[in-house]
Design a protein around this ligand. Structure first.
Ligand code: GDP
Length: 445
């Protein structure tokens, strides 16, 4: 999902990162394109405008962290702003279902995927949370809908309230409540009737059901492909019934992420789950971070930036960078890099965050780096004198023997380390020549 928006934004930032420093004009140009991209992704105009303004305010107010490129910094600001808009209160996907039996009211238009979602959610509650769930269809207008829920119930092993022909929705809701109490269920779900569009009769019916059931959660199911219509539907239902959350279905579809963004911004209601297909397990928790990451579509660069900010002193990084550009990379630098790697979750952790860095990762493997060895290599460096660390070329046979012995390793291990230091020095020099952001630029190809 979200490919369109993600591709578009990637384009914007690709251009940005190809320039050295980031001027105010660059930010403006970039954000103008972000706005167009959002509109094309079916985000409503006021939402897109507000979003861009929030990002602009943040970007201009914030000094660029020294250890990241300006492009990375903007990506992070946009990412954080997306997460801000997308995030609701509480844990993603959490439901208030204590005090058994807890009623969950499912509302929405016909064809939105309401019945399917009811069953998917019941299955999830049963399997993930170990809840005993009872489902009841209140759709007296379409007898087929009641049978549909019953069939799904059998399929997923969740009980459904026996169908009694001729009952009205309120009576069914009361019966479900009694049955849930007597039967020792943790949760009972009421799948209300839908209409092709919002009308007074539908709303009055849902309202009456709400009043007898007193639901702990009222979840609106909306078709994510309907874009702005989905947002209007949500506004209407919330005004009249009061909803506690939204489930966006068909997010496996044509990939416009705009509905999610507008939905959050306009209704203020949390998106709790997304439907990603017709199968019973195609329901996922809505994760703002993941969705924002996908919208940006730049691997986990944002995560990398965050970790880098935490672990690298900005000034230190800049000093290092200057020296690396001149091809200076000694054992102290290598030690620092090795320590960083350990902090960042090892070689794999670091490399997996840079899209396209597989090539570099292989080089390192060839040079003998794997997580297990990082600490041994640091021990080798620790056995060197200050002079030796600053000038590894001093290391001749006798010194090598002494160092190997001191760290309990073989001379061959030390030779591997030296080879790695030379390769790293070469690599750093090359990256330095690509200029600021060169590494990122490469990574994004
Ligand atoms: P209701 O009228 O709102 O109860 O809608 P249904 O639950 O009957 O769903 C209508 C159609 O949408 C069915 O064919 C479902 O299989 C399909 N559907 C529901 N959710 C999703 C989803 O997340 N992705 C896809 N691709 N199809 C879905």
């Amino acid at each position: 999902m979200f490919e369109n928006l993600s591709e578009r934004l990637s384009g914007v930032f690709d251009r940005l990162t190809k320039q050295g420093a980031l001027s105010e004009d660059d930010v403006k140009t970039a954000l103008r394109e972000v706005r167009v991209a959002l509109l094309e992704a079916d985000v409503s105009l006021p939402v897109a405008r507000d979003f861009v303004k929030a990002v602009q305010d943040k970007a201009t107010g914030q000094s660029v962290t020294k250890s990241v490129t300006p492009g990375q910094q903007v990506v992070k600001i946009v990412h954080d702003a997306l997460v801000d808009v997308l995030r609701g209160e509480g844990e993603p996907g959490s439901l208030k279902i204590d005090n058994a039996p807890a009623p969950i009211l499912m509302v929405g238009l016909q064809g939105s995927g309401k019945t399917t979602t009811t069953a998917k959610l019941a299955k999830r509650l049963k399997e993930k949370d170990g809840k005993r769930v009872l489902m009841a269809s209140l759709d007296v207008n379409r007898p087929a809908a009641m049978e549909q829920l019953q069939i799904l119930g059998t399929q997923i092993g969740v009980d459904t309230l026996p169908i009694i022909k001729g009952e009205d929705p309120v009576t069914i809701a009361k019966r479900a409540k009694t049955q849930a109490s007597l039967g020792g269920y943790d949760v009972y779900m009421l799948d209300t009737a839908g209409r092709l569009s919002i009308d007074e009769e539908l709303m009055a019916q849902v309202e009456a059901v709400r009043d007898v059931a007193n639901p702990r959660e009222t979840l609106l199911v909306v078709d994510g492909l309907t874009g702005q219509d989905a947002v209007h539907t949500a506004e209407n239902f919330d005004e009249r019934i009061g909803i506690s959350g939204v489930v966006l279905t068909r997010m496996d579809g044509d990939g416009r992420g705009g509905a999610a963004l507008s939905m959050r911004a306009v209704t203020g209601k949390p998106i709790k789950f997304v439907g990603l297909g017709e199968k019973m397990d195609a329901l996922e928790t809505f994760e703002p971070e993941r969705v924002a990451g996908r919208i940006l579509g730049m691997g986990d660069i944002v995560a990398l930036v965050e970790k880098a900010q935490q672990t690298i002193e900005a000034e230190q990084a800049e000093r290092m960078m200057k020296r690396f550009q001149k091809g200076q990379f000694n054992m102290n630098d290598l030690k620092m890099q090795l320590e960083q790697m350990i902090k960042m979750g090892g070689m794999e952790g670091m490399m997996s965050m840079l899209p396209g860095a597989a090539k570099m990762s292989k080089q390192m493997e060839g040079a003998g780096i794997d997580d297990r060895m990082l600490r041994q290599q640091i021990a080798l460096i620790n056995s060197m004198t200050k002079k030796e660390r600053a000038n590894p070329q001093l290391l001749q046979a006798s010194r090598k023997k002494r160092i190997a012995k001191g760290s309990g390793m073989d001379v061959s291990d030390l030779n591997k380390l030296l080879k790695m230091q030379r390769q790293m020095a070469d690599m750093m020099k090359k990256m330095g020549k690509m200029g600021k952001g060169g590494m990122l630029k490469q990574a994004m190809k």
